[in-house]
Design a binder for this molecule. Structure first.
Ligand code: SF4
Length: 322
């Protein structure tokens, strides 16, 4: 029988990763841990990364806001972003002197793809003087023509920080509609959707409540407003994770990406996590194998046109001061 090389690490994930699967992951995990030391590299992993990445090799984990905040303090020479492309761009914006790698440059996002700088120019022309708040799930080029960025964790505070009556809040229509219910500021939305969260329906929630009596339902604000209305609580992935840690519900359903439930479940073995969930095909393009390859070869480096970077950084940094 093969001996386990990383038993202490496995202990943390033994509830969610079957032993045979872990044995397949160990070689890559051990190599990545060694490469990180050799190259003075850190791995930033989004909450939607699979447990072997999230718990096995990541140094910093969190939602988009946490990753953006923590990226500012990174002291390593190399940052590997285990997440999608706009997150790697944000890490690069905040660390222009460092090498930022994304293991698969094709890891995109339906929200980021839904809007261009030209769209924003047209919106500004149609709504003169109205400030533009863009979700961090956008390209650096879109951030560069925005006034300020936001995440699902700070959207309401960002909108209200501007001290105006109307705001263009782009590109997530559902996030804008969900935030609009919590603020007096009028929000003009765009038609972008997250292809993962838009799949949840109010009927999903009702069916799960019938099948799992007493289940507490938490919905991500990228879900349609009618789904959020059926939930017990709505918040960003960081807020959902805190909710589970503090409230310790006996049974919980997280209406978000599948790996999020897995990663939170690893930390709370006493809580029953009810599925369903939906997979993000973009997040799932990142694997142990391509993280290892990125560290071994230095591929794929994220670069941003300096003129775009300067303006995009301003929008992200303005958000971080809110
Ligand atoms: S889960 Fe949705 S918002 Fe997040 S990266 Fe995937 S498509 Fe984009």
């Amino acid at each position: 029988m093969t001996t386990m090389r990383l038993p202490e690490l496995y202990e943390r994930v033994s509830k969610i990763i079957p032993h045979p699967d872990w044995m397949l992951f160990e070689d890559d995990i051990a190599a990545i841990l060694e490469l990180k030391r050799e190259k003075n590299a850190v791995i930033l992993a989004h909450n939607y990364q699979t447990p072997e990445i999230f718990h096995g090799v990541a140094d910093i984990v969190g939602d988009s806001l946490a990753l953006a905040r923590k990226a500012v303090d990174v002291e390593a020479d190399v940052i590997v972003l285990a997440g999608v492309h706009f997150m790697a761009e944000t890490a690069k914006l905040l660390n222009p002197e460092k090498t930022v790698l994304i293991p698969d440059p094709g890891a995109g996002c339906s929200l980021a793809d839904s809007i261009t700088p030209e769209d924003i120019a047209l919106l500004r022309a149609a709504h003169p003087g109205v400030p533009v708040v863009t979700y961090v799930n956008t390209s650096a080029a879109v951030k560069a023509v925005s006034d300020i960025c936001c995440t699902s964790g700070n959207a309401k505070q960002v909108v209200e920080s501007l001290g105006v009556d109307r705001v263009l809040m782009l590109p997530d229509e559902y996030l804008a509609q969900n935030v609009a219910r919590e603020t007096d500021v009028e929000l003009i939305a765009w038609k972008g959707h997250c292809e993962v969260h838009e799949l949840f329906t109010p009927q999903d929630v009702r069916s799960m409540r019938e099948a799992y009596p007493g289940v507490i339902v938490l919905a991500h604000p990228e879900c349609p407003p009618e789904v959020v209305a059926e939930a017990d609580f709505s918040g960003s992935t960081a807020v959902m994770s805190d909710f589970v840690g503090k409230q310790k519900p006996a049974r919980v359903l997280l209406l978000t990406e599948c790996s999020m439930s897995d990663n939170v479940a690893a930390n709370h073995p006493d809580v029953e996590f009810v599925r369903p969930c939906n997979l993000c095909p973009h997040m799932k393009k990142i694997s142990l194998a391509n993280i290892r390859e990125a560290l071994e070869t230095g591929r794929h480096e994220v670069t941003i046109d300096p003129a775009i970077a300067q303006d995009a950084r301003r929008a992200v940094e303005r958000m971080l001061t809110v």
